[in-house]
Design a protein around this ligand. Sequence first.
Ligand code: GDP
Ligand code: MG
Length: 400
Amino acid sequence: MIVVIISVAGAFRKGKSFLLNFFLEYLYNLHKSQQSDSSLEWLTDDCQLHGFHWRAGVKRDTVGIWLWGEPIMIESVTGEMFAVLLMDTQGTFDNNSTYQQCMTVFALSTIVSSVQIYNVVDNIQEDALQHLSLFVEYGRMAMEQPHNFGKPFQQLVFCVRDFKNQEEYEFGENGGTDFLDNILQTNPEQPEEIKAVRELLREYFEDIQCYLLPHPGYKVAERQSFRGHVKDLRPLFREELKKMVPNLLGPHNLKPKIVNGKTVTCRKMIQYFKEYAASFDGETLPQPQSILNANAKLICIEAAHEAKVNYCRGMDRSTYGTRMMSEKKLLEAHIKHGITALNIYDKCPKIGSKEVRSLLLEKLQEDINAELERYKRLNEAKRVTGCASAMLACGDSVFL
Ligand code: GDP
Ligand code: MG
């Protein structure tokens, strides 16, 4: 099953969890309409939003990275089934966590998601661009590798809430595109680092979009008064959401998560999460090199797995049958299939540090040697069963 991961990140108390509930409302209704072959209805007058916890006030509610408890199955336009996962992140860069921890959560959620929705209020400030400099640094490094898989990051969507400058930029995607073009313009006074982000961000993300959303209405924004009833939303806000959400999550627009040039399955995703999380120790700012090494490790793990499977298949073929083979023949088969396996491993795309590759090569060699011991034991067992069947054969002839 192919995975799509939608993440929403940004400062706390800016309506991220609230936005995710519209995503849930859309995706569950889309799923229902696909299953029953009926037309899609969502965000109707009588609908009440629920799902991710949103709340007014200043106390932080979401800590770390949260995944919605189940994937929502959506049939893509090509007929493939996608498992869509929604991700809510810690209030990034809030006043309660260290800057480094926030950076880690933001970087990790961007790396593991197919779409990162960067939620900001009113404007895209310089510091929001500053937080993206890690991706520019990493992007540059990834593209300089002997093997590069194209753009290292997938989709980045700025979602500007409570946008006020409506005279200059219309709400929605079109206004957002013009607004973002303006923000990403460079001038000589800007600090070098932020200038690089402006110039290079588009090089390293496959797609960058921006949506401008109006204020949702006083019932939503006022403390405690909103209970999730859609009819309490400001109509203009509701209209814009009805356009934005299908644009991001509709069957035509869902983007499977891609790691190292390949789509990711649910099973592999768990391993990917673990590797990426391990490469950020949580206390220090994630280094581009550690992300690259996590990627390199994932490639090597997969190549080593393929190599080992290939070795075992070859050995199974060579040792097939009930007759025991000589130790010499067994070792010849081991050398032949062992060399093929090492060649498979050696052909994997080369990125990151050499240490990662040689560590996993050592592990592959150990695994293959362990497998050889297993084949030796199996072969030895044939001596016994071979004798037993020979005796049986003799016995048969005696009794006949
Ligand atoms: P999070 O911390 O970013 O996840 O924010 P929440 O989703 O918990 O929302 C915080 C508060 O902002 C809640 O009271 C929401 O009702 C309110 N809210 C949600 N969306 C918006 C918006 O677009 N504009 C304004 N002004 N308030 C919003
Ligand atoms: Mg939240």
